[in-house]
Design a protein around this ligand. Structure first.
Ligand code: ATP
Ligand code: MG
Length: 213
């Protein structure tokens, strides 16, 4: 499961999903756009547009899917509740929740982070400008495991214990891509080109629907 606002989806998300799938030999990556993000977000376009953009971006990749589950849950979009819902119909599946290091550092402030950790292994991806040392700040990683977080040790996969459950936190060193939706929105607002930061079809969709202008 790859949750996010996807406002809009970009190549940072898509490349991350591809590399996670390959490194962990997953069967599928399910993109789950947040319907009503708990933390206030600037320039959030309606859910339908964000869904459509993800749909366009993943078309042609049969291992990538998108779910509108969060639009069917009343109230705020809390990952703990979304995972519970997804598990109901897929009780035999093993779940991994994919997140960038920036989001992982915020996880303790989420609704019931310990529940998220019970329901899924957490896959953390490095994301510029953060480096591996930034993760030392996370209270979710067991203190004995912090010594594994050394810059430049070259491993692409580091497995860590958690305090709150038997699940793992898996740190992956995927290709660092310093692309963010915030920067893309600002480029569009200024009428500049966002080419090569996101799929061409998504930029066209944004322009023809006058999003982020
Ligand atoms: P915004 O700037 O609006 O916050 P974003 O680019 O961070 O947008 P989100 O939808 O917030 O995109 O991100 C969804 C998830 O994808 C988060 O866990 C985030 O950390 C991760 N993510 C986004 N961009 C990247 C990237 N370039 N590299 C690694 N992870 C990323
Ligand atoms: Mg973000």
């Amino acid at each position: 499961m790859f949750g996010g606002t996807f406002n809009p989806v970009h190549l940072g998300h898509l490349r991350a999903a591809e590399e996670v799938m390959e490194l962990l030999k997953l069967h599928r990556v399910m993109f789950v756009p947040a319907f009503s993000p708990p933390f206030n977000k600037t320039s959030l376009v309606p859910f339908e547009h964000r869904m459509k953009m993800v749909r366009l971006a993943i078309s042609g990749n049969s291992a990538f899917t998108v779910s509108d589950v969060e639009s069917r849950i009343t109230g705020r979009s809390f990952t703990a509740l979304t995972l519970e819902r997804l598990k109901m119909s897929r009780s035999k599946d093993r779940f991994f929740f994919i997140m960038g290091a920036d989001a992982f550092l915020e996880l303790p402030k989420w609704y019931r982070p310990e529940r998220v950790l019970e329901l899924a292994d957490i896959v953390v991806l490095m994301r510029p400008p953060l480096d591996i040392k930034a993760l030392h700040k996370s209270p979710l990683i067991h203190k004995d495991d912090k010594k594994k977080l050394i810059p430049g040790d070259g491993r692409s996969k580091i497995s860590l214990r958690t305090y709150s459950s038997g699940r793992r936190i898996i740190l992956l060193r995927t290709t660092p891509l310093d692309i963010s939706a915030t920067r893309i929105r600002s480029i569009i607002r200024r009428g500049k080109s966002a080419k090569y930061l996101l799929p061409e079809r998504i930029e066209s969709y944004i322009i023809s629907n006058k999003l982020y202008m």
